[in-house]
Design a protein around this ligand. Structure first.
Ligand code: SAM
Ligand code: SF4
Ligand code: SF4
Length: 352
C-alpha cells in the first residue's frame, strides 16, 4: 500500500562504520569570543588583528534551520548551540525561536562563558531555550581572570548563572576545564560553592583540541584524581548514567547535596559511544572534535542544492565515519608517549 501523500518520508537512523547512530548536533554560531582562554584562543594567537570570519561567511539562521530540519529527519534528538561565544551572535534568540518552532520537544541547549547571560537569559528562555551550560574554571578572581585572558570577573558569571536560574533555565551545568598547576587547587572550592544548589558541576580533562593551546599531558588531571580530591572533602558515590553515550561520568554527593560529572576524554575516552556531529560557523560538517576538516555544506546550499543533495552529503559523511581520535591518542601515549600529529580543527570553530 502506498503511504498517504501528506506523510513525510523519514530517512532511517544513520549509523557510522562502528554502528554509532547520529543523535546530537553541535552548532558553532560564531567564531568570535569576548574571552581569550589560553586553552582555547590564546591571546598571542588571537590578538587585536586576528581576522575572524566576515559576516557573509557565517551560516545564516535560515541556513542553520534548513540543515537542522534535515538532521532531525536523520534522528538527531539534541542540538547544542555553541561557539566562540554564542551570545555574541546578533539576534541569537531568533535562531532559538526558529529551532523551537521545528519541534516543541527538541532538546535545545547552549554553552556559554556566561558573561552576557545577565542581559540575554530572559529572551533566550522566552524564545524556547530550556537548558544551558555555563563555563566557569575557578572562583578565585585572579585565576579566573588569567584563565579567560583577563577579560571579565567571576561575579559577572555568577550573576549570569543566577539570571539563567531565575528564568527557568536551571538546573544549570557548570563546565570547568581542569589544568594542573593552573586551577586544580580550586576544584574543591567550586564543588563546595555549587553543592546543594541543584546545579551540576562538570570537570573536563584538559584536551589537545586544535593546534594552538600548548597542550601537555603533564597538565591533565585525571578524572579519577578529581573525584578522589573532591570525594575526600565531600563524600561521593557513583551514579548510573542518564542514558547510553553520556559523556560525563556521574557521581552523587553521599549527603544528598546533588551531583557532579567528570569528562575523562583523555584518561578514559568514550569514542565507542560518540553520537555527535558538529556544524562549524562556516557550515562544514565535522564528525570529530579532533578532525582535520569537514564537508562543506554551505557552498552547495548557496549554489542552489536541493534538500535531497544535502541529505546525501550528510548521509555519506556520517555513514563513512571512522573517527576514534581519543582512543588512538590513548594508544599512542601508552606506546610512544606522544599524541597523533595531524592538523586539527580549532575548538572555537566547532565549539566543543
Ligand atoms: N564560549 C563558550 C564557553 O566557553 O562556554 C562556548 C564555546 S567553548 C569552546 C565550549 C567548551 O569547551 C567550554 O566549556 C570550554 O571550557 C571547553 N574547552 C575549550 N577548550 C578546551 C580544551 N582545550 N580542553 C577541554 N575543554 C575545552
Ligand atoms: Fe571563548 Fe569559550 Fe574558547 Fe574561552 S573556551 S576562549 S570563552 S570560546
Ligand atoms: Fe567522538 Fe572524536 Fe571525541 Fe572520540 S575523539 S569521542 S570520536 S569527538
Amino acid at each position: 500500500m502506498t503511504p498517504p501523500e501528506s506523510q513525510p518520508t523519514v530517512a532511517p537512523a544513520l549509523t557510522d562504520q562502528f554502528a554509532r547512530p547520529l543523535r546530537d548536533l553541535r552548532i558553532s554560531v560564531l567564531d568570535r569570543c569576548n574571552y581569550r582562554c589560553p586553552y582555547c584562543m590564546p591571546t598571542e594567537v588571537f590578538g587585536e588583528k586576528y581576522q575572524f570570519l566576515p559576516r557573509e561567511k557565517l551560516l545564516t539562521f535560515e541556513e542553520i534551520e534548513r540543515l537542522v530540519r534535515i538532521f532531525l529527519d536523520f534522528g538527531v534528538e539534541k542540538i547544542r548551540i555553541t561557539g566562540g561565544e554564542p551570545l555574541l551572535r546578533h539576534g541569537l534568540q531568533d535562531l532559538i525561536g526558529r529551532l523551537r518552532a521545528l519541534d516543541d520537544r527538541l532538546d535545545i541547549a547552549l554553552t556559554t562563558n556566561g558573561s552576557l547571560l545577565p542581559k540575554w537569559a530572559g529572551s533566550l528562555a522566552k524564545a524556547g531555550l530550556r537548558r544551558i551550560t555555563v563555563s566557569l574554571d575557578s572562583l578565585d578572581p585572579d585565576i579566573y581572570h588569567r584563565m579567560n585572558g583577563e577579560r571579565f570577573g567571576v561575579e559577572r558569571v555568577l550573576e549570569g548563572i543566577a539570571a539563567a536560574e531565575s528564568v527557568g533555565l536551571g538546573p544549570i551545568k557548570i563546565n570547568c576545564v581542569v589544568q594542573r598547576g593552573v586551577n586544580d587547587d580550586g576544584l574543591v572550592d567550586l564543588a563546595r560553592h555549587f553543592h546543594g544548589t541543584g546545579h551540576i558541576l562538570r570537570f573536563i580533562e584538559f584536551m589537545d583540541v586544535g593546534t594552538r593551546n600548548q597542550w601537555d599531558l603533564e597538565q591533565v588531571v585525571d578524572a579519577s584524581e578529581i573525584v578522589e580530591r573532591i570525594g575526600a572533602e565531600i563524600p561521593l558515590e557513583p551514579a548510573d548514567p542518564n542514558y547510553v553515550g553520556e559523556v560525563a561520568t556521574r557521581w552523587r554527593y553521599a549527603d544528598g547535596g546533588g551531583e557532579i560529572g567528570v569528562i575523562a576524554s583523555v584518561s578514559a575516552p568514550f569514542c565507542g559511544d560518540c553520537t555527535r556531529a558538529r556544524l562549524t560557523t562556516e557550515g562544514s560538517l565535522v564528525t570529530c572534535l579532533f578532525a582535520d576538516g569537514g564537508v562543506d555544506l554551505r557552498a552547495p546550499m548557496r549554489a542552489g542544492a536541493d534538500d535531497e543533495a544535502l541529505r546525501a552529503a550528510i548521509s555519506s559523511t556520517w555513514t563513512t565515519r571512522k573517527d576514534r581520535y581519543s582512543e588512538e591518542r590513548g594508544e599512542l601515549l601508552q606506546v610512544e608517549g606522544t599524541t597523533p600529529s595531524r592538523e586539527r580543527v580549532e575548538m572555537y570553530q566547532i565549539g566543543g
